[in-house]
Design a binder for this molecule. Structure first.
Ligand SMILES: [Zn+2]
Length: 108
């Protein structure tokens, strides 16, 4: 099976805006197949398996829903339920315990 190739962008201005908005020091934010990082290096991200699984789940959500489908669902869930109870976040948090989630993900 073909792996989903993903990129990491460090020091992303989009992730910086998200970090400010969420009042957190470091953040990862997925857009399509790119993981935007702010306040954390590529090395730190890659050394945190639960964090990688979480973002891998969001990448798969994009594959499933499409780019704008994901953004639309994420935003409407956010308005309805906030961040923590957003169903896309609930699924991503559950994936932190799933060793198989990274099997078809390749970070280049
Ligand atoms: Zn998330």
């Amino acid at each position: 099976m073909e792996k989903i190739k993903c990129r990491i962008r460090e020091n992303s201005w989009l992730a910086r805006i998200a970090a400010r908005f969420m009042r957190v020091q470091s953040v990862a934010m997925v857009l399509g197949r790119t993981i935007h990082l702010y306040g954390a290096s590529r090395e730190r991200f890659l050394s945190d398996i639960a964090w990688m699984r979480h973002e891998a789940c969001h990448i798969k959500q994009y594959q499933h829903l499409g780019y704008f489908g994901f953004l639309w669902q994420y935003f409407s869930e956010y308005l309805r339920r906030g961040y923590y109870n957003n169903t896309l976040e609930v699924a991503a948090r559950a994936s932190e315990e799933d060793p198989a989630i990274l099997d078809d993900i390749e970070i280049i």
